[in-house]
Design a protein around this ligand. Structure first.
Ligand code: H2B
Length: 96
């Protein structure tokens, strides 16, 4: 069973993710990715989707052309869990 992280655990998690921040008014983290074109953005989304399915943990995201805005939160616990930080790290690796 996945557990909701404490505020200090969230702080520690965010300290390791340079480009992510808290969503205002919500227990969720977000990052905006920018790519060269739609092909690269969609490739990133496709690879991320495969990981999301494998781990059964899914992003909230919004894509326009080369831009992908991602929000991560664990709906089952009503906040952030280690699954969000693992997925954020995996998405950063895919994008890099
Ligand atoms: N994704 C995210 N981000 N949070 C969840 O709590 C979650 C999920 N729960 N993907 C999973 C699916 C759950 O709803 C299903 C039933 O396993």
């Amino acid at each position: 069973m996945v557990e909701r992280l404490s505020d200090s655990q969230v702080e520690q998690g965010l300290a390791r993710l340079a480009d992510w921040q808290m969503v205002e008014g919500r227990s969720a983290i977000c990052r905006q990715y920018r790519f060269e074109n739609f092909n690269q953005a969609f490739g990133f989304m496709t690879r991320s989707a495969l990981i999301a399915e494998k781990t059964n943990h899914h992003p909230e995201w919004f894509n326009v052309y080369n831009r992908v805005d991602v929000t991560l939160s664990t709906h089952d616990v009503g906040g952030l869990s280690e699954l969000d930080f693992k997925l954020a790290e995996a998405m950063d690796k895919i994008a890099s």
